[in-house]
Structure formats: structure tokens, C-alpha cells
Design a protein around this ligand. Structure first.
Ligand SMILES: Cc1cc2nc3c(=O)[nH]c(=O)nc-3n(C[C@H](O)[C@H](O)[C@H](O)COP(=O)(O)OP(=O)(O)OC[C@H]3O[C@@H](n4cnc5c(N)ncnc54)[C@H](O)[C@@H]3O)c2cc1C
Length: 400
């Protein structure tokens, strides 16, 4: 299946098998009064934001606007509203699904709740979603957003300040910390930088400004971008970093805290990364994300406070080995410091790896068992397998 075609495992496009391109099914309908949004499965995040903005509401999605809503939602959906309102899946009210048997079914808390559970993090394993209905949340027309920029000599003190700041923040504030060599279009030079982006999800911008000022005072940035922009503009502000059609390989880990070992690894890898073509983000979690009970969705590790995403976006095949090597070595180094679980949507393809073991690393054993039973019920022949695959549970004498 292909919606936005942004799958970092590269399987939105395949060499064999059938690809369903849903990108022309991209309508978005907003019910401003009910604060619900119906989204056809081929829409991008930009199409969702452009439709919701006039009603001063937003659906929590991701941070790069040409990503497809379908793949993003089915894996989880981490972005600028995660602490305020949870993941994209935490705001999913229902989905229309065409099953491999050819039936069209609704999945919601009231109808086919087992399928609804599986869709909220289990990926594209259970059928073709044609439409999502989301809960939307109020967002000011010019929300409080901005970015602090730190050159390498400030990283140690700024990271210590960031760890302290994020240990006690209101839910309205979500921040993402990024290490990257900025592309020329950003006009920030060619040295590796640490950026702290933030978004405050409330009309009470005075309180938000006070919260942001605590970090500004503790770790004064070298440069600061804080011009007010619309929500849709903010949502697309990172697009330039990721040219479409880039090559890629991604890894991720969750953490309970930014302890000195994690901070040392971030600084060392950030210093080594002197090229354009890889980057890594720390997403600050907790808040509404952390209040969703662990078993309510397949998404792993709700207790995690931070999620590290190490990503690639290089252009030339000749760089594959070096760029993947950097990401893989960094991922292997920090994994033992992590608190478990992997985020499906931030995972690259591992053709050599055992798919069952990979799925266990994402979900853990008990959630994977539940997903495998659902897969057996909805796709027993594993027709939908060009994805982060959940293998159908083997029927037992008792159950079949
Ligand atoms: C530049 C970039 C930035 C990103 N930023 C974020 C971010 O901020 N937050 C975040 O959470 N993730 C982010 N991601 C990860 C992204 O969520 C996943 O890569 C996701 O799979 C992309 O979905 P898509 O619809 O664009 O991709 P596609 O390649 O179209 O689809 C990906 C997979 O999703 C499944 N799928 C797609 N459509 C359907 C459907 N209609 N029915 C059933 N299954 C379907 C299929 O298994 C398909 O292989 C980013 C990825 C990239 C490349």
C-alpha cells in the first residue's frame, strides 16, 4: 500500500507484488463543531493541516508535512502535539477498512474493537484503510513555536539544561531536540548544530513564553528563531531537511531519562556527524502520551520519557555503507541504555534480520501474540506482507 510513500523501510514501493497507490484519495472533511476530521487514506499531513487550520483546530500528526497520514497513523504518529494530546493513534476515533476478504468494515471502540486496537500501532497488516476519523484539538492561529540553535561548544551545558527543563514541563509544551548539519537552505552555516524546537498547544501564550524562557535562561542559544507562523507553516518547517526520494535507513530507541551516558553518546555522535545526510532527534514524551495505558494500543513503551530517532536522508548510493554504518553503530551503542520497544515508523529495512524477532523488539512478546492472532483473523495467508510484518498466529487445535 502506498499513501504518502514515506515509508522509511522503502516498502511503499516494491519490485514485485501489487502496490495500491491511494494518493488520489486525499479528501479531508472538518466538522468544526464536533472537532472531528475525516481523512481519506491517501492524504498527506499537509493536506490535513491545510483543511483544519481555518477552523483553528489540529490533528496531532508528525513533523514533516509530505508524510502520508495512513502509514504515519497505522504505526503511531509522533509530532509537535504528542505531549499535549498524544499520538495520532490516540486521537483516532474510527477507520474504514477493506479486508483481504473484500469486506468493508468499520473499526472503532464500538465496532470491531479488536481490529481497532490492532490498527493503532500494528501497521498496515490487517487490511487497506480507506478513511480515518480523528479527534481534533483547538490550536491558536499563530501558536507559540520556535527553535533554539546551539553550536557544538554549547552542547554539554545545553543538554544538561534540556534534561532538567524537560523533567518538569506542562503537557502543552512539546519539544524535539535535533542534531544535524543544516542544509544550505536553512542559512545556518555548515557546522553540526543542536536545535531545540518547541510548540506550545494553548491560547495562553504568556504562560508558554514563561516556560520557554526557563530554558532560554538556563542555556542561552547562539541563535533563536521565534517569528510567529501559522500551524500549517510550522508543521512544514522541517520539510527542507528531507528531499523527496532520498535514500534512508532509520533506527530508534526509547529512554527513561537523559542520563550522563546518553548525553555523552549524543555529543560524541553529533560531533562525528559532519556531513549532510543523517541526523538524529530526541522527542520529549510523557504528558498525554504517557497517560495512555500500555495495553490500550500496540504502541510500545508508554512509560518512556524520550525517544531517539536516528535517520538518514542521503542522495547517492555510494554513501549507503558509510551512512548506514553510522546509524547502525549509534543505534547499537545506545540500545542497551534504552527502556525497550522500538517505534515501527522510525525503523529501516533489515533484510537479514528475522522478522519475528524484529516484531518482538517493536512490540514485546505479549502484544505481538495479540497482533498475530488478529493477523490470523484478518489476513491468514499474510497477503499484506510487504510491511513491518506481523506473521499470522499458527492455528491451534483449540482455536480452529
Ligand atoms: C522524512 C520523514 C519524516 C517523518 N517524520 C515522522 C514524524 O514526525 N512522526 C512520525 O511518527 N513518523 C514520521 N516518519 C515516519 C512515517 O510515519 C513512516 O515512514 C510512515 O510509514 C509513512 O507513511 P506513508 O503513508 O507516507 O508511507 P507509505 O510508504 O505510503 O506507507 C507506509 C506503509 O504503511 C502501510 N500503509 C500505507 N497506507 C496504508 C493504507 N491505506 N492501509 C493500510 N496500510 C497502509 C503499508 O504497510 C505501507 O508500506 C517520517 C518519515 C519520513 C520519511
Amino acid at each position: 500500500m502506498r499513501g504518502g510513500g514515506h515509508n522509511v523501510a522503502g516498502n511503499g514501493t516494491v519490485d514485485d507484488g501489487l502496490v495500491l497507490d491511494l494518493s488520489r484519495l486525499n479528501g479531508v472533511e472538518v466538522d468544526a463543531e464536533a472537532r472531528t476530521v475525516r481523512v481519506a487514506a491517501g492524504a498527506t499531513l499537509a493536506q490535513v493541516d491545510r483543511a483544519t487550520e481555518p477552523a483553528n483546530v489540529a490533528v496531532p500528526t508528525g513533523v514533516v508535512s509530505n508524510t502520508g497520514i495512513a502509514g504515519l497513523t497505522l504505526g503511531g504518529g509522533v509530532g509537535w502535539l504528542t505531549r499535549a494530546h498524544g499520538l495520532t493513534v490516540d486521537n483516532l476515533l474510527s477507520a474504514e477498512v477493506v479486508t483481504v476478504a473484500g469486506d468493508t468494515v468499520t473499526a472503532s471502540e464500538a465496532e470491531n474493537p479488536d481490529l481497532f486496537w490492532g490498527l493503532r500501532g500494528g501497521g498496515g497488516n490487517f487490511g487497506v484503510v480507506t478513511e480515518f476519523t480523528f479527534r481534533a484539538h483547538p490550536i491558536p492561529s499563530l501558536p507559540l513555536t520556535g527553535t533554539f540553535v546551539y553550536p557544538a561548544p554549547l552542547w554539554a551545558s545545553a543538554l544538561a539544561a534540556y534534561a532538567a527543563w524537560t523533567s518538569d514541563l506542562p503537557d502543552e509544551l512539546t519539544s524535539v531536540l535535533t542534531f544535524t548539519v543544516p542544509p544550505p537552505i536553512m542559512g545556518l552555516g555548515s557546522d553540526p548544530l543542536m536545535l531545540v524546537g518547541y510548540a506550545w498547544a494553548s491560547e495562553d501564550t504568556a504562560s508558554g513564553a514563561e516556560v520557554v524562557d526557563r530554558l532560554r535562561r538556563a542555556a542561552p542559544p547562539a541563535v533563536e528563531a521565534k517569528e510567529p507562523v501559522s500551524w500549517a507553516a510550522w508543521q512544514s518547517s522541517a520539510d527542507a531537511i528531507f528531499p523527496r526520494g532520498s535514500r534512508g535507513y532509520w533506527r530508534n530507541s526509547s529512554f527513561d531519562r537523559l542520563d550522563p551516558d546518553v548525553i555523552a553518546a549524543l555529543i560524541r555522535r553529533g560531533t562525528e556527524q559532519t556531513w549532510i545526510g543523517t541526523g538524529f532527534d530526541i522527542h520529549h514524551l510523557g504528558g498525554a502520551f504517557g497517560r495512555v495505558p500500555e495495553d490500550a494500543t500496540p504502541f510500545p513503551s508508554r512509560a518512556a520519557r524520550y525517544w531517539l530517532n536516528i535517520y538518514g536522508f542521503w542522495a547517492e548510493p555510494v554513501d549507503d555503507i558509510a551512512r548506514k554504518g553510522f546509524i547502525r553503530a549509534f543505534g547499537d551503542e545506545v540500545e542497551p541504555l534504552g527502556s525497550g520497544g522500538r517505534y515501527l515508523n522510525f525503523l529501516g529495512e533489515e533484510p537479514e534480520a528475522d522478522p519475528v524477532q524484529q516484531a518482538q523488539q517493536v512490540y514485546g512478546v505479549s502484544k505481538l501474540e495479540r497482533l498475530a492472532i488478529l493477523k490470523r483473523d484478518y489476513d491468514p495467508q499474510n497477503l499484506l506482507r510487504r510491511n513491518h510484518n506481523v506473521r499470522p498466529a499458527v492455528p491451534t487445535g483449540d482455536t480452529d
